[in-house]
Design a protein around this ligand. Sequence first.
Ligand code: UD1
Ligand code: CA
Length: 461
Amino acid sequence: MSVSVVILAAGLGTRMKSNLAKVLHRAGGACLLEHVIRSARTIAEAGRITAVIGHQADAVRQEVSPSGVQFQVQTEQKGTGHALRVCAGLPGLDQGRVVVLYGDCPLLSPATLQRLIAAHEAGGQSATVITTNLDNPTGYGRILRDADGNVRAIVEEKAATAEEKRVSEINSGIYCFEAADLWPHLARVEPNPASGEIYLTDLVELLRASGKATVPLVIEDPSEILGINTRVELAEVDRLFRNRKVRELMLSGVTIERPETVTIDHGVEIGQDTIIGSFAQLLGSTKIASQCTIGAMSILENAQIGEGCSVFPYSSIQDSTLGAGAHVGPYARLRMGAVVEEGAHVGNFVELKKTRLGAASKSMHLAYLGDSTIGSKVNIGAGTITCNYDGQKKSPTLIGDGAFVGSNSTLVAPVEIGPGSYVAAGSVITKAVPEDALGIGRGRQENKEGWAKARREKKKG
Ligand code: UD1
Ligand code: CA
């Protein structure tokens, strides 16, 4: 039978104390809703997943639209039951099974979702709800069972009596419903007298009154259904995501020093026998091949690192690529599509912006190379600066294969340094240096014999 998914994600999340919609807050390198969609995709195609959005609907839609899910807008947030109601009558949702997920519950694993559907199918009941037992159930809806062990009612924290508050079994907010039973009963849920909201949890009693059962599926790992309400919980969920990721990587053959200190986003890929230093941050779509070393405190975002590369500590690499065997850092900065080709070396305090450094070329100390195309086996001396910006526009610098740029050279772009040529140290280069030539652009030195001594003697008087 078909499975559709509705993800409730319209709430502001008052307890986050934020201007940002709760489901847009990030943990583990993605926003909360993206994680939920990723899990949902393992039981339904994107076309059968509907996200109910409301608070900052446009921003939420924009953030997750690449996933291909459908959206339904709940203009006023009048409770979880009301949120599901805005999906009533949508094509596809009126038959088969409807799984309800919460956008603020991102740790749910695909395996648990599959268990939910399997338990629902095997039992043949109207509704199945995931529950768990918590040492501290404060804040969650409590599960009240009947004599058969089915759910009699779900009572919210606010409405619970002292005795009900002692119940440790809580409602995860994750359900599987028979569509045929869900919609007619949901339409009859009355607003909560205290809050005026329509609670999805009240559906249980209505189903029961029609002789239809809600069966609990108790799961052992409560962390999977942690609903995020505050930033404290957000940090906790982030930590759990990070732990999951480093564990996965270590089991696949990656060495991670002091794994509790690193930050690795869920989409990052790392090859075997690569070593990740402590406090490294590997973010976004970063891919690191095998046999690499990523030094302590380095931050890589959307970086592509070839086999056998060394990134020494404190380097920052963004949207950039390293060819096999390249060395970068310590304290290097690569950004905006920088490419360091095979075997090239970039040393300390060197910045590359929109620049290609050719195979086996070196820029070892203190340089800014922007909008440049640099050939192979080029040596860039310490302190070389490309003057790529005149205050209005950016201009390119071209440096041919085998060129040698002396220390402290200023290359005023647009300019071309020919293959095999030399630039004398300390030059300001404003016009092309031809192939195999020497370019010198600096004041000549003059020595005045005896000048210093004469000055000293004059002072003595
Ligand atoms: C809800 C459950 C509670 C359960 C807990 C699990 C109800 C009444 N209570 O409480 O039993 O233990 O989740 O985490 O269902 N939402 C909307 N529109 C709304 C209201 C909420 O889309 O009008 C969405 C929110 O964006 C959120 C989810 O529904 O993703 C849950 O809402 P929230 O207000 O956090 O519910 P809880 O009070 O935590
Ligand atoms: Ca919640």
